[in-house]
Design a protein around this ligand. Structure first.
Ligand code: UDP
Length: 436
């Protein structure tokens, strides 16, 4: 193993953890880390890629993130901060290409990534880390061409998603299922967000358990920290005695913001006296199949007779998001599926309890009864009951808030980056073993 050299980095050094893993190619084909999360295709994965890249750069690794150019004005290279660059790859039209049309651009995207590496003398990458199956297809090619290991993160999986569809949601196509199976087979190491995702990779996709590592996503604990509710409400123009139920994220059936609206309507039926001070905040923009009916939620609020209490807020940047979390009595995450749920951890880090569906990564993100509540299923009556008890008891809310901060403290991007780095080192080690 000591003789094998990957780029400029001796494998033995990489394996021992002493470094130097110098250069990393991340591939995030379908969504750029420069996009504003909370609408369209930009969400938790964008945050994940950016936060992990920043932490890896702080550990001395140069990270190039390859993404598809979606605007003719985008320069080929955008430095994000020292050690992190976004590289725009021209593959297909800049605008008007839906996510389900991207498989047709995989070949040209992969060719342009390989060409960029060859032509611009970027230097050799030590590891390729791809995000989402489209990027995994490209990463598998780069892996073979560059002779370096491929580490892949699924973020979401078609087979899991199709088993937990919201009503009216479109199933993921078989082409994606096949594409994901190919990536799972090709990757040297797979990173799963949770133990449940790792189990799905093994049982549903036939992944070799030896190649799957669980690394929890994190939260920026400097940015999302306990914040005064009163000050946040004042900044947002909310009355101090309001009962604020918040939803934050991309608006699409999978995320089930309709469950929150229906539960709020049910709550008002049970307790009409709350109407004067109940506020439902929906922070985010349409995404996925939600784009087909962008006014669906506004229409639903009207038909439920609660249009006057629902406040729709277009996607906001982190500082303002902290205020929305802090202003909320509770944050509701009623998704049908969630591979992790960054919103749940961010809200808790700010000190706001989370009421979430007991699905996917949310069962890891939320400590039921201590930092919030996990609810089986999507019956609005169940959510309304929990909302009523938290709103009625400031003591309960205060206790949950303490629990929430404690729960979020278990997650950090520093830890995510360290554990990801360890997976890279294992991937290099595995490759060394296999090459011999
Ligand atoms: N987000 C944001 N502004 C918004 C709404 C959401 O920056 O207005 C971010 C939020 O902070 C979180 C991410 O979008 O980091 C959503 O991640 P999550 O894992 O909750 O859901 P995903 O988008 O991955 O399905």
């Amino acid at each position: 193993m000591t003789d094998l050299v990957l780029g400029a980095a001796p494998v033995a050094d990489l394996v021992s953890g002493r470094g130097p893993l110098r250069r990393l190619a991340m591939i995030s084909l379908h969504t750029s880390p420069l996009d504003q999360p909370g609408t369209g295709d930009a969400g938790g994965m964008n945050v994940y890629v950016t936060e992990v890249a920043r932490r890896l750069a702080a550990r001395g690794i140069e990270v190039d993130i390859f993404t598809r150019a979606t605007d003719s004005q985008l320069p080929p290279l955008v430095p994000v901060e020292p050690g992190v660059n976004v590289r725009h790859i021209v593959a297909g039209p800049f605008e008007g290409l839906a996510k389900d049309e991207l498989p047709g651009q995989l070949c040209v995207f992969a060719r342009e990534v390989l060409r960029a590496e060859a032509q611009f003398d970027l230097g050799h990458y030590d590891v390729v880390h791809s995000h989402y199956w489209l990027s995994g297809q490209v990463g598998a090619l780069a892996r073979d061409r560059w002779g370096v290991p491929l580490v892949h993160s699924m973020h979401t999986m078609a087979k899991v998603k199709n088993g937990l569809l919201a009503e009216g949601d479109t199933p993921e196509p078989q082409a994606r299922v096949i594409g994901e199976e190919q990536v799972v087979a090709a990757a040297d190491m797979l990173i799963a967000n949770t133990a449940a995702e790792a189990a799905d990779l093994v049982t549903s996709y036939g992944a070799d358990p030896e190649r799957v590592e669980v690394v929890h996503p994190g939260v920026d604990l400097d940015k999302f920290r306990p914040t005064s509710m009163a000050a946040a409400r004042a900044r947002l123009g909310l009355r101090q005695d309001a009962a604020v139920l918040a939803f934050v994220g991309r608006i699409q059936p999978l995320k089930a913001p309709d469950v929150l609206l229906r539960a709020a309507a049910e709550l008002l039926q049970r307790e009409p006296g709350l109407r004067e001070r109940l506020v439902v905040a929906v922070v985010g923009g349409p995404s996925g199949s939600g784009l087909e009916h962008p006014t669906a939620l506004v229409d639903l609020a009207a038909s439920l007779g609660i249009a006057d209490i629902v406040r729709f807020v277009p996607p906001v940047r982190r500082d303002e998001l902290v205020d929305w979390y802090a202003a909320a009595t509770l944050v509701c995450v009623p998704s049908y599926n969630e591979s992790f749920g960054l919103v749940a951890v961010e809200a808790q880090a700010v000190g706001t309890p989370v009421v979430a569906a007991a699905v996917g990564g949310l069962t890891t993100a939320v400590d039921d009864g201590r930092s919030g509540f996990l609810i089986e299923g999507h019956d609005p009556a169940d959510y309304a009951r929990v909302f009523a008890s938290v709103i009625a008891s400031p003591d309960l809310r205060a206790a949950l808030s303490v629990g929430a901060v404690g729960q979020a403290a278990g997650f950090s991007w520093e830890r995510t980056a360290d554990e990801t780095l360890a997976v890279y080192q294992r991937a290099v080690a595995r490759m060394g073993v296999e090459v011999r």
